[in-house]
Design a protein around this ligand. Structure first.
Ligand code: AHR
Length: 513
C-alpha cells in the first residue's frame, strides 16, 4: 500500500552552488581498472586511440566527468612517477604490492592519464607519494607537469610529446596515511604534510591546491589531531593556510553480497550509506573550529559500496557487480552531497571501471553501464546549480537493531536516527527547478507530493530509475536490464505534483517556477 510523503522545496533558502566536482571519479592501478578498463595494446584488436579504449570514452564523455583522481588509492604511496614516462617498452615492470601482487608494466603513466582526461574532458587530480617517496620526488613531478619555462624536467616533458604544461591543479599529499600510506599518527602526518606541501609549488600559469589526507569514516581524532598538529596550538596559526583541501574516505561496506541480499540487508546497506551525512557534519564541525572562515575545502575522495569480490575474479582486484541497491545508495549519497553544497567541494566515487562501485564494467571488447552510471546521468542537471533546502515529511523505515547500532556506534554517525523512506535534494538554475528523490523501501511503493514554497509548480518532466527485482543488475549478456525510463510529463494540481515511486527507485523531476 502506498503512503504519501511530502517534499517542500524552499527556493529562498539557498545552500550553495553544487560543485560539478561532487560527481567526481577515481581510477587506481588496481585489478582490471586501468588495464584493460582504460588502456589496451594500441596495436591490438580493441578499438582505441593511443591505447585509450573508444567504448569507454564514448560512454563517459556524455556524462561530463568533472574530475578524475589517479593513480591511487593505496597504490599512490608506492608509485614513482618516473616509472611511467618515456618510451613504453623501456618502462620498468613493478609489482603492485597492495593489490594482489599484480604486474604493473607502467604502460599507463602521466602522459597516458592526461590523454585519457583530455579524451573524456576530465580535470586531473594527482595523488602524490608521501608514504614511500620523497618531497623532492613530489616536487619534481609537479615541475615536470606544470612548468612552462626552461628547466630540464620541463624539457623532458616536451621531449615526450607535451609541449604545453599539463597544469594539474589538484595534488593529494599522500593517501590514507593513517593506513596503507605509512601507518602514521595524525600528528606525525601533520608534520609530514607540512614538509611535503612546501615543495608542491605553483608555477606561473599553473596554481596548485594541496589536498591533505583526511580521516577514515568517523575517525574524529584524526581530524582533530591533524589540525592541532598543523597549527601547533597557538604557535603557528598561519599554517592553517597551508591546507587547501582535506579529504575524508567513507565506504558504506556491504550487507550480503553484491547481488544476493535480503530486504533487511538492503536496508542495512542503505542506512549505512545515508550515515555519510554524519561523517560530513562531524568532520566539518571540527574543521570549523580551526578554520572559522571555512577556507579549507572538504572532499570525500573515496566513497561507495564495498562488496565481496565477484566469484571467479582474483581477490586483489576488488571486482564487483552493481545492482539497483548500489544505484539507490549512490542517489541518496549525491542528494546528501547537494544538501551540503556549502562545504563539500569534491567527491569521487570508488572507482570508475571494474573496481568496487564502478560506473562501467569492461571485458575484452565489451563495455556496459552499471545502474550507478545511470544515477550519475540522472543527477546531471544538479551540477553547477544552486542547491536549495528541501523539507521532507517522510516516515522512517523500520531497521533492525543491528543496523541502528552499526550506524550509530561502530564507525558512523553518532546522531543517526534512521533511514527515511524518501529522501532527496533540490536545486535551482534560473527558473528551472530540479528535484531528485529515492524511495529506499525495497518493498513498498510511495506517493510523493512535491511543492515549492512561495511558487506554484507547473507541469514537470519526470524520469525514473526502477526495475522489477531488487537484485537486478546489468550483465554483458543483458546490458540494459536496469536503465533510465523515458521522460514523462506530469501535470500539477494547484501547483503540487503527485507521483508514485515504485519500491527501490530513484526519480528526477524538472520543472519551471
Ligand atoms: O579504493 C580501494 C582502496 O580503498 C584504496 O586504494 C584505498 O585508498 C582505500 O582503502
Amino acid at each position: 500500500m502506498s503512503s504519501i510523503h511530502r517534499l517542500l522545496v524552499l527556493p529562498e533558502e539557498p545552500i550553495g552552488t553544487i560543485n560539478p566536482m561532487l560527481h567526481g571519479h577515481f581510477a587506481e592501478h588496481l585489478g582490471e581498472l586501468v588495464y584493460p578498463g582504460i588502456y589496451v595494446d594500441p596495436k591490438g584488436s580493441i578499438p582505441n586511440t593511443a591505447g585509450i579504449r573508444h567504448d569507454v570514452v564514448e560512454a563517459l564523455k556524455p556524462l561530463g566527468v568533472p574530475v578524475l583522481r589517479w593513480p591511487g588509492g593505496c597504490f599512490a604511496d608506492t608509485y614513482h612517477w618516473r616509472d611511467g614516462i618515456g618510451p613504453v617498452d623501456s618502462r620498468p615492470m613493478k609489482v603492485n604490492t597492495h593489490w594482489g601482487m599484480a604486474e604493473e608494466p607502467n604502460h599507463f603513466g602521466t602522459h597516458e592519464f592526461m590523454e585519457f582526461c583530455t579524451q573524456i574532458g576530465a580535470e586531473p587530480y594527482f595523488a602524490g607519494n608521501l608514504g614511500s617517496g620523497t618531497p623532492g620526488e613530489m616536487r619534481g613531478w609537479v615541475e615536470y607537469c606544470n612548468f612552462s619555462g626552461n628547466s630540464t624536467l620541463a624539457d623532458e616533458r616536451r621531449s615526450h610529446g607535451a609541449a604545453e604544461p599539463f597544469r594539474v591543479k589538484y595534488w593529494g599529499v599522500g593517501n590514507e596515511n593513517w593506513g596503507c600510506g605509512g601507518n602514521m599518527s595524525p600528528s606525525v602526518y601533520a608534520a609530514e604534510y607540512l614538509r611535503y606541501q612546501t615543495f608542491v609549488n605553483s608555477y606561473p600559469g599553473a596554481p596548485v591546491e594541496r589536498i591533505a589526507c583526511g580521516p577514515n569514516g568517523n575517525d574524529w581524532n584524526w581530524t582533530e589531531k591533524f589540525f592541532e598538529g598543523i597549527v601547533e596550538s597557538k604557535n603557528a596559526p598561519w599554517r592553517i593556510n597551508q591546507v587547501q583541501g582535506f579529504a575524508a574516505h567513507y565506504y558504506a561496506g556491504t550487507a550480503g553480497t553484491a547481488t544476493q541480499y535480503t530486504e533487511v540487508e538492503w536496508l542495512h546497506l542503505l542506512a549505512r550509506g545515508s550515515a555519510i551525512e554524519g561523517i560530513i557534519t562531524g568532520h566539518r564541525s571540527i574543521m570549523d573550529r580551526y578554520d572559522p572562515e571555512r577556507k579549507i575545502k572538504l572532499l570525500l575522495d573515496e566513497w561507495g559500496t564495498w562488496h565481496p569480490v565477484e566469484q571467479g575474479k582474483p581477490g586483489g582486484g576488488l571486482y564487483q557487480q552493481s545492482t539497483i541497491r548500489d544505484a539507490c545508495l549512490a542517489a541518496l549519497t549525491l542528494d546528501i552531497f547537494n544538501n551540503h553544497a556549502d562545504k563539500l567541494f569534491m567527491a569521487n566515487i570508488a572507482q570508475l571501471i571494474n573496481v568496487l562501485q564502478s560506473l562501467l564494467l569492461v571485458e575484452e571488447d565489451k563495455c556496459i553501464k552499471t545502474p550507478t552510471f545511470h544515477v550519475f546521468d540522472l543527477y546531471q542537471p544538479h551540477k553547477g546549480a544552486q542547491a536549495v533546502r528541501m523539507v521532507h515529511a517522510s516516515e522512517l523505515l523500520s531497521l533492525s537493531d543491528e543496523t541502528v547500532s552499526s550506524c550509530r556506534t561502530n564507525f558512523l554517525d553518532r546522531n543517526f536516527r534512521g533511514l527515511q523512506a524518501v529522501q532527496g535534494s533540490a536545486s535551482l538554475r534560473d527558473k528551472t527547478i530540479c528535484v531528485t528523490a529515492v524511495n529506499s523501501s525495497p518493498s513498498e511503493a510511495v506517493e510523493i507530493e512535491v511543492s515549492v514554497r512561495g511558487a506554484k509548480l507547473g507541469d514537470v518532466e519526470t524520469v525514473l530509475l526502477t526495475t522489477s527485482d531488487i537484485h537486478d543488475h546489468n550483465t554483458f549478456d543483458v546490458p540494459d536490464k536496469v536503465k533510465l525510463g523515458h521522460a514523462q510529463r506530469v501535470s500539477s494540481k494547484d501547483g503540487v505534483i503527485r507521483v508514485t515511486l515504485p519500491p527501490a527507485s530513484v526519480i528526477r523531476l524538472v520543472g519551471s517556477l
